[in-house]
Design a protein around this ligand. Structure first.
Ligand code: ATP
Length: 291
């Protein structure tokens, strides 16, 4: 919990990449939470996870031919674990996060969920299990209902209200003139940044993936809004596996496991106390952060 208590001072929103290219009605859940860049329509419907553990095994990946960003990275994330990825800028934390979320496929090696390779599953199936969450959040032009149903197309209004309630957004949502029919986004009712992030969190509640890859945000909200959102996010994350890309070191402090990523490799793996005691890169980062 405390990992996220730290993280949530800087709230986040659901990723909605490539939204601008898409009509709202055509936005599938796969697109909502991140598009797999490689063969989006590939995947074998027979490939199903047999469990919830996420693993990278000897993963090599790069964005450009001949340039590897990740070198033989292996990490195992048991269900319910909170892992923090820390390390210098450009080390590959976000890239590893995207691989663990099934957005990119490794060049060699495997990323598996419950023993099944993410890159062999249909993207829609991956998205049922794993979501990538970051500070990008969008409110689409459309009704509040449309915005929420992006996460689950046929959700009943009662489910949408429950999701809003789960993230403490039902109060302001009920106060909107037309409830779920209220038009939001450009030309409609302007939502505050905190409200927009709550809508993103409510989508997450509706999508209900068991594993989240969180790219820590640094967006600024006023402290009261930030605390409010912090509580909402804590509830959303409760009980899920969380792989947090910690852009600030203190986010890592209470994670179950910290993975230090340096130059495309995991150089240290352990709890905060273990890594501080080991006196390596994490300990140095921690000291410099304090210092
Ligand atoms: P930061 O803490 O600054 O976010 P990071 O550890 O998350 O850094 P990555 O964002 O994974 O690091 O970047 C690792 C390397 O991959 C960097 O050299 C970066 O320039 C490169 N890279 C990241 N994303 C892309 C992309 N979409 N296309 C091409 N290169 C990329």
């Amino acid at each position: 919990g405390a990992l996220l208590a730290h993280m949530m001072v800087d709230p986040i929103g659901l990723i909605l990449r490539w939204y601008d290219e898409l009509q709202i009605a055509q936005v599938s859940l796969a697109r909502l939470v991140g598009v797999r860049e490689i063969e989006p329509d590939a995947g074998d419907a027979a490939v199903r996870p047999q469990g919830r553990d996420v693993r990278a095994e000897q993963v090599r990946f790069g964005y450009r031919e001949g340039v590897d960003v990740l070198h033989q990275v292996s990490v195992a994330v048991p269900p319910g674990t909170r892992v923090a990825l820390v390390g210098p800028s450009g080390a590959g934390k976000s890239t590893l996060g995207r691989l663990l979320a099934g957005i990119y496929a490794p060049r060699t090696g495997e990323v598996t969920l419950g023993g099944a390779q993410l890159s062999r599953m249909p993207a829609e199936r991956v998205r049922e299990h794993v979501a990538l969450v970051n500070q990008e959040h969008h409110v689409f032009t459309g009704s509040l209902r449309d915005n929420l149903r992006l996460a689950r197309a046929h959700a009943e209004d009662a489910e949408l209200w429950a999701a809003l309630g789960a993230v403490d957004a039902d109060g302001w949502a009920r106060a909107l003139g037309d409830g779920l029919d209220t038009q939001v986004g450009s030309g409609g009712t302007a939502l505050t940044p905190a409200q927009a992030q709550q809508v993103a969190l409510a989508r997450l509640v509706l999508a209900d993936p068991h594993t989240l890859v969180l790219d820590e945000a640094t967006s600024l909200l006023d402290p009261r809004a930030a605390r409010h959102l912090e509580r909402s996010l804590a509830r959303v994350l409760d009980g899920r596996t969380v792989i947090a890309i910690a852009h600030r070191l203190h986010t890592a402090h209470d994670a179950d496991v910290i993975a230090v990523v340096e130059a495309g490799r995991i150089s240290e793996l352990g709890s905060h106390d273990e890594l501080v005691a080991a006196g390596g890169a994490y300990a140095a980062l921690w000291r410099s952060w304090h210092g």
